[in-house]
Design a binder for this molecule. Sequence first.
Ligand SMILES: [Zn+2]
Length: 143
Amino acid sequence: MKTSKGTTRVSKYTPRGYALSVRRALAGKGLFAGEDIPKGICVIEYTGNVLMGRDAEGKGGKYLFEVSARKTIDGNVRSNSARYINHSCRPNCEAIVRRGRVFIFSRARINAGTELVYDYGKEYFDAFIKPNGCRCEKHRMGS
Ligand SMILES: [Zn+2]
């Protein structure tokens, strides 16, 4: 983030730059930790085109991330690696909305080679995941 003086301000919400890689996962492609990631840090920002007001209505699409009643981020852009993070009912990450932006935080220590997952929320789950059955770790195990 640039300040008015042009210096880069590092905050809790600055992605820490841990290595991540896109690989084949059970639910299509997924985003995996390339190295051990500690608990409670910002791993990556969910970025994309900002849609305001009614622009998002009727667009559909599973990469839409509603950050407020008026603002939606369309994450279906090549540069947004966070779009590969799959849903899990037993997540190791969480999406935190702050000032109209979305940051993915680790909510547990994530070992190298582990897939990053977060809970997409009930609305998304019911619309996109439930119809085909959830393939997250918890549901695969049948618990
Ligand atoms: Zn599940």
